[in-house]
Structures are given as structure tokens and as C-alpha cells.
Design a protein around this ligand. Structure first.
Ligand code: ZN
Length: 67
């Protein structure tokens, strides 16, 4: 699912199109979630992705606005 809100820049999560998929954690091999975000910035669409594991607390990836 992709939603693009023109060139309006808002750091709110509601402005993001995101997807989650289940995968296995690279660190602890438990069930983790991989996420994808597409964010419209200055008319261009940037993609972000990362991984979140609640079993061991592993968090990877970058969010819009991160350096
Ligand atoms: Zn883990």
C-alpha cells in the first residue's frame, strides 16, 4: 500500500505508508518484524526499511529525518 501526499512534508507517522512483514531475527532467530516506509520529501519518494525484534530488542534501520 502506497500513499503519497503531494509535496507536503509532515513528520507525523500518519503521513507515511508503511508495511510490516514477519521474518526471523538475525540476532536471536526469534520472530521479528521487518518494516518498510515510503515517505514523500520535496516531491521525491524515499524508502526506509528496518527490523524490529521484541524478543531481544534489536532495532535496525533509519527513519525519515534521521541523519
Ligand atoms: Zn531478536
Amino acid at each position: 500500500m502506497t500513499r503519497i501526499h503531494g509535496s507536503c512534508i509532515e513528520p507525523e507517522p500518519t503521513d507515511l505508508a508503511s508495511e510490516l512483514e514477519t521474518c526471523s531475527c538475525p540476532r536471536c532467530a526469534q520472530t521479528a518484524q521487518r518494516w518498510f516506509i515510503e515517505h514523500a520529501e520535496d516531491g521525491s519518494l524515499n524508502s526506509y526499511s528496518g527490523l524490529s525484534c521484541q524478543a531481544c530488542g534489536l532495532e535496525t534501520g533509519s527513519f525519515p529525518g534521521d541523519p
